[in-house]
Design a protein around this ligand. Sequence first.
Ligand code: COI
Length: 371
Amino acid sequence: MSLAADFVTLQKYLTMHSAEAIKITKAPTSKIGSIDFDKLPFGKFFTDHMLVADYANGEWGTPEIIPYGPISFDPSLVALHYGQSIFEGIKAYRLSDGSAAIFRPFQNHSRFNKSAHRMEMPNVPAEIFIGGMKKLLELEDAWIPSKKDHSMYIRPFMFGSDELLGVAASTRYRFMILLSPVGPYYASPMKIYVEEKYVRAVPGGVGFAKTAGNYAASLHPATVARKKGYDQVLWTDAFEHKYVQECGTMNVFFVLDGKLITPGLESGTILEGVTRDSTIVLARDMGLTVEEREISIDELAEGYRIGKLTEAFGAGTAATIAKIRELVYKDLVMEFNIDNQPVSDALGSAFNSLKSGQTPDKWGWMVPVKS
Ligand code: COI
């Protein structure tokens, strides 16, 4: 993702035909009055409407915005049996001038279509993915939170909708977008251990794709971790359990010898996080040296022993920057002073002021909902 990429994509999109064609059926009443915007657990409440588009006979039908509610399918739905399902996580923010903007949705759109390709699903065009999202957000503007650390979580997803049990790529698909007003994802810094039994991804597999099965496969290891008193695991490579990959559902960063380091994307085992990319850009802009490369747990352990590993954090859409307070590897307990984390604090503040519109958006990352 190049620095100017978002800007170029935005220009390209704005010259394309917009989402005028979307048909809107309004909900008869709004649920908004029943929501306590001071208590917004992640992904629990949904707005009054959702977007739906169906793909059949090799093309997408006209998207529709309809009242939020259950959908009905035959129990033989291909996505339920064989997991042909992908999703994205994006956030829209209320800016200090009262308007609203979406953070880097073109990057998520491009990643969504990479996931679609890997899972043998059709591309979703920008008119539906971006245009539909903007229309839906415009309609649900009153739901976009304005409180600090709060936002509108946007969940585009697509699943195979053929109704038959033969193992084959579906010929029909449904694409949908849900909106959920959310508060902070993690209440406090995380306690993590290095996973040496289970694996998240292998080269040639689907680790780089945001596909449902990756998250399903992480649930058991995460439950084991929680039972042991940890928040999540640090995933390592499948062959030696030596090279770090991701932290729970997030990309992972370390501050080692004053440099910011994160696993590189070459092996295809790591999700190309939009927050990951933004963290790298912001850190370089602050003058930090950033390295995307192979990182072994031994290197981290040695860095900790000599006092050079000073910070560790996860980066993802849901949490943005999530500090790690304790990282355990075998019998080594690496503790970080979470009150003295200058790099993650500076990055957290940079993200916050950009996302609230307080600092100039020099990369064109904030895409206005109304334009
Ligand atoms: C993210 O933070 O980007 C995630 O993917 C977490 C989400 C699955 C809730």
